[in-house]
Design a protein around this ligand. Structure first.
Ligand SMILES: *Cc1c(COP(=O)(O)O)cnc(C)c1O
Length: 482
């Protein structure tokens, strides 16, 4: 039995309904007159009929089976599943933010425009770069926008440069972006300590190199302290530096990408500045650029006019054009603004320091039992490869067993084989971090003394091990009464 909660179709009871609609106040039309006969179904669809109480209980029962950041610790590396302050939700729900129509006249949306303008200047300041577009709808979309800007810049200087370099530790979206933008992907090796191999980099940079896409701190949890040298190598060849800013959490207010040689970067506000973003959304991907790339930003760009009012500037003849309908993921941007403003400069720096401290604390507590392929100290996340292969226990077994300890699993099997990637975030208390370390240490003991319990976990969840491949390849999306 997968779950004891019945399907809605199993509790259907003809005549029951959760809706009570007012009487129609428009004349009824014969459906056969309104819709061509060929388009009409022979019978109404077999939808479940259920009263409000049963309906509410059904969905509430299902919702309580979920893991969520409001209920459990979520150390999901590379995702920054931090606690999302309620005040951000309140700001995003204000009617001046949530009830505006995208076609509202600028004069009637001055408050929101001012907020977007202030957010874009804050993001430029945090990046140490000149100007920001708020349009892109997610981090990956920001990458695409950034690379289109870089390609437009090279074209404007009279040459098309094909090659885009990424370190072999790059997030999968980096090579994907490169291919989508029509560039040729060249992979740069990393050293055993996770930093870029400078010799390999030098051998691959030439006059056809458009850019390096780099994540720093990188996906191994290391801040590559050679970043200034790397930027010099790229710039000497006329190429651009693109920063995947998904890991800005670890450096906010401590250092600025523009100060270490970055020309373009994207933010993931839903990670760095807090927005609930499980299950793939919603996100946002503002892109910040250096002075020489401003002419290529997507239009329109939010601006402050000389008379102190706000509006949209469409006047950028070299712009790459729009990358999204309207102006961006406003709800996520309002949350980011609330987060940045409620913390201020010192608060943002504190985010970085606490997130780094939390990761290094966890690493230090478990290091005797959980080997780490890259040496510390770490940024805001780190990688461990549990060595229990000889007991037939792999990373997935640790992940599943953590569920029995009421903890969401870390990221698994990426960016290196058989690893767990742990990102505690700055929002967790020492008590929570200790409970997590205790659980990991207990599981390491169990792996020795009772490997079968670990191999067959979870034991306390509504479902056990799912065949995830079959669920993806052969999804069952219809319900048959027979
Ligand atoms: C999350 C992430 C991305 C992609 O961002 P989305 O908003 O999910 O599109 C890119 N790079 C890194 C390093 C990330 O962690």
């Amino acid at each position: 039995m997968i779950t004891d909660e019945p399907l809605l179709f199993e509790i259907t009871s003809p005549g029951q309904t959760a809706a009570s609609l007012p009487k129609s106040d428009v004349p009824a039309v014969d459906r056969e007159k309104a819709i061509p006969k060929a388009l009409l179904a022979d019978e109404p669809p077999p939808l479940p009929e259920i009263g409000e109480t049963d309906l509410v209980r059904h969905y509430t029962a299902l919702a309580h089976r979920l893991f969520s950041i409001d209920q459990q610790f979520y150390p999901l590396g590379s995702c920054t599943m931090k606690y999302n302050p309620r005040v951000n939700e309140r700001a995003a729900a204000l009617s001046g933010c949530s009830d505006l129509h995208p076609y509202q006249r600028d004069e009637d949306a001055q408050g929101l425009l001012e907020m977007l303008y202030r957010l874009s200047t804050d993001l430029a300041e945090i990046a140490g770069l000149a100007e920001v577009t708020l349009q892109p709808a997610a981090g990956a979309h920001g990458e695409m926008t950034g690379l289109l800007i870089i390609n437009a810049y090279h074209r404007d200087h009279g040459h098309r440069r094909a090659k885009v370099l990424t370190p072999d530790t790059a997030h999968g979206t980096n090579p994907a972006t490169c291919v989508m933008c029509g560039n040729t992907l060249v992979t740069v090796r990393s050293l055993p300590d996770g930093r870029v191999d400078l010799d390999d980099l030098r051998s691959k940079v030439d006059g056809d190199t458009s850019a390096l896409m780099i994540t720093d701190p990188n996906t191994c949890g290391k801040f590559d302290d050679q970043i200034g040298v790397i930027a010099d190598i790229l710039h000497a060849a006329g190429a651009q530096m693109y920063l995947d800013g998904a890991n800005m959490n670890a450096v906010l207010g401590v250092t600025r990408p523009g100060d270490f040689g970055i020309d373009v970067m994207h933010y993931n506000p839903h990670k760095t500045f807090g927005t609930p973003h499980g299950c793939g959304g919603p996100g946002s991907g503002p892109v910040a650029v250096a002075e020489h790339l401003r002419p290529f930003l997507p239009t329109p760009v939010v601006m402050r006019r000389d008379d102190g009012t706000y509006g949209w500037n469409h006047d950028r003849p070299k712009s790459i054009g729009k990358v999204r309908s309207f102006y961006g993921q406003i709800g996520v941007l309002v949350r980011a603004y609330a987060y940045i403003r409620s913390l201020g400069h010192d608060g943002l720096r504190n985010v970085a320091e606490k997130s780094v401290l939390a990761a290094n604390y966890v690493a230090a507590r478990i290091k005797d039992r959980y080997p780490m392929p890259y040496p510390g100290p770490y940024a805001h996340e780190f990688i461990t490869v549990p060595e229990f292969d000889r007991l037939g226990i792999r990373e997935v077994d640790f992940a599943k067993r953590l569920l029995d300890y009421n903890i969401h699993p870390p990221t698994m099997s990426w960016p290196i084989h058989h690893c767990l990637m742990i990102e505690p975030t700055e929002t967790e208390s020492k008590r929570t971090l200790d409970a997590f370390c205790d659980a990991l240490l207990a599981i390491a003991d169990e792996a020795q003394t009772d490997p079968e319990t670990v191999r067959s976990a979870p034991h306390t969840m509504p479902v056990g091990r799912l065949d995830e491949v079959a669920a993806n390849r052969k999804p069952v999306v219809t319900w048959h009464s027979e």
